[in-house]
Design a protein around this ligand. Structure first.
Ligand code: SAM
Ligand code: SF4
Length: 444
């Protein structure tokens, strides 16, 4: 491959989970530090980074079709880098299948992107899917920009090995970032304008560290420390594992007013047999008991979850148990997926793979139940007064969009600015959002 002109502009396109969104932002910061600038909305970029997700087959197909379609207005192909979990899992295959891809970098090695870029410019394709001993977090630039709501990865990887899931293979073993580094990154995000920080991890509630006095602390201790940052108004965390909901974290929901009343606690199935086959290491009963403890601490908590339909061997009766669990748990929202066999995971070769049309039909019924409960939760919120963090302008003139403490989208008309936290009465409910009325003018 001949040398190419050094790129001047870049675009990072992130797919999948919020941890990928965080990684995508960090790659952007790294490239900015190298002197590149972010391509304007709608404009061509010299370098396109596809920050990919490997969790389901559909996500993988989409990236290959994206690679094929990437063209600039003059017909030329930009410099393409594939990052993220597909890069980790299928690095060499991507290089063989897609000659237009010049760089492939895994989620633990993206801090090496500048060196790889130099290689690509010199005419050499570069692959780095190492899980290096040095931590990318020690090398990434200091954070200088933030919107009102920011992500902060505190924990990465997973040791739980659910039988359907690629995360332990693509993201590696579970690690917790050091306490002092997290407090420092949070402080910088707040200085850069963040009013809300969402702490991220594949099993975020398994985060463990030592405070400045060397005492062992968990996520509750970290949220307590972050709550001391005066300009930080809201703290959230996702995704939690039911087995890692400690008494301390549950108590924090009662004690720490900056910890928002929202909990994303995936369960995957309402059948104990399926949960066991998934290697989830919790039962329906133990999950519901966690919810009881959380609701005792914070009665208004909004519950979210993840579900998989059509896991190998799932019978109609077992699927019906999942619908019953939805009735018992009371979700404010939830994500649901058709089981997708992932190469190399134990479930991919299990007997009893479910036909696609059966999965489609189950997913429809599951989503109908979730949508019903989400709408009911929104309707039950009407009449409440709450703080809303203003995140962006709405579609209509004078309209703004923000989030309630329960992570509902709220739209309202007022004279406010992005980053304001305003008192709003929730007045109307739709299936996916609420309409509100500003109670106290923000700029009186
Ligand atoms: N660590 C989190 C947990 O344990 O719930 C979530 C990790 S995963 C990125 C997010 C969700 O993707 C999972 O909760 C699960 O519902 C879904 N998922 C993972 N592997 C899947 C597969 N092979 N097929 C369908 N959905 C899958
Ligand atoms: Fe995947 Fe299970 Fe780990 Fe979640 S806990 S990341 S679903 S292996």
């Amino acid at each position: 491959m001949p040398p190419i002109p050094a790129p001047q502009t870049y675009r990072v396109k992130s797919f999948g989970c919020q941890m990928n969104v965080y990684d995508g932002e960090r790659m952007g910061e790294l490239l900015t530090e190298q002197g590149l600038s972010a391509a304007a909305e709608g404009a061509d970029a010299d370098l396109v980074v596809l920050n990919t997700c490997h969790i389901r087959e559909k996500a993988v197909d989409r990236v290959y079709s994206d690679i094929g379609r990437l063209r600039r207005e003059d017909g030329s192909v930009p410099l393409i880098a594939v990052a993220g979990c597909i890069a980790q899992a299928e690095g060499e295959e991507i290089m063989a299948r897609a000659p237009s891809v010049k760089m492939v970098v895994g989620p633990q090695a993206y801090h090496r992107l500048p060196g790889m870029l130099a290689e690509a410019v010199a005419g050499r394709r570069a692959v780095d899917t190492d899980m290096p001993a040095e931590s990318k977090f020690d090398v990434l630039p200091r954070r200088r920009r933030s919107g009102p709501s920011a992500f902060l990865t505190v924990q990465e990887g997973c040791d739980k090995f659910c039988t359907y899931c690629v995360v332990p293979y693509t993201r590696g073993a579970e690690i917790s970032r050091p306490f002092a580094d997290l407090v420092e990154e949070a402080r910088r995000l707040v200085e850069a304008g963040a009013r809300e920080i969402t702490l991220l991890g594949q099993n975020v509630n398994a985060w463990a560290g030592e405070d400045e006095k060397g005492r062992a602390i968990g996520l509750d201790g970290l949220t307590r420390e972050l709550a001391a940052l005066p300009e930080l108004a809201r703290i959230r965390y996702t995704t939690s594992h039911p087995n890692d909901m400690t008494d301390g974290l549950i108590a924090a929901h009662a004690e720490n007013p900056k910890l928002m009343p929202f909990l994303h606690l995936p369960v995957q199935s309402g059948s104990d047999r399926v949960l066991k086959a998934m290697n989830r290491s919790h039962t329906v009963d133990s999950y519901l008991k966690v919810l009881d403890r959380v609701r005792a601490a914070r009665p208004d908590i909004a519950l979210s979850g993840d579900f998989i339909v059509g896991f190998p061997g799932e019978t109609e009766a077992e699927f019906a148990e999942t619908l019953s669990l939805i009735d018992a748990a009371g979700y404010a929202q939830a994500f649901s997926f058709k089981y997708s066999p992932r190469p190399g995971t134990p479930a991919a070769t299990m007997d009893g793979q479910i036909a696609p049309e059966v999965m489609d039909e189950r997913l429809q019924r599951l989503q109908a139940a979730i949508n019903r409960d989400q709408f009911a939760f929104n309707r039950a919120s009407v009449g409440r007064t709450c703080d809303v963090l203003v995140e962006r302008k709405g579609k209509l003139p004078g309209q703004w969009l923000g989030k309630s403490p329960w992570l509902q989208s709220v739209h309202f008309e007022a004279d406010v600015a992005i980053g304001d936290i305003v008192s709003v009465e929730l007045a109307t409910a739709g299936p996916n959002s609420l309409g509100g009325r500003l109670l106290v003018p923000a700029h009186a």
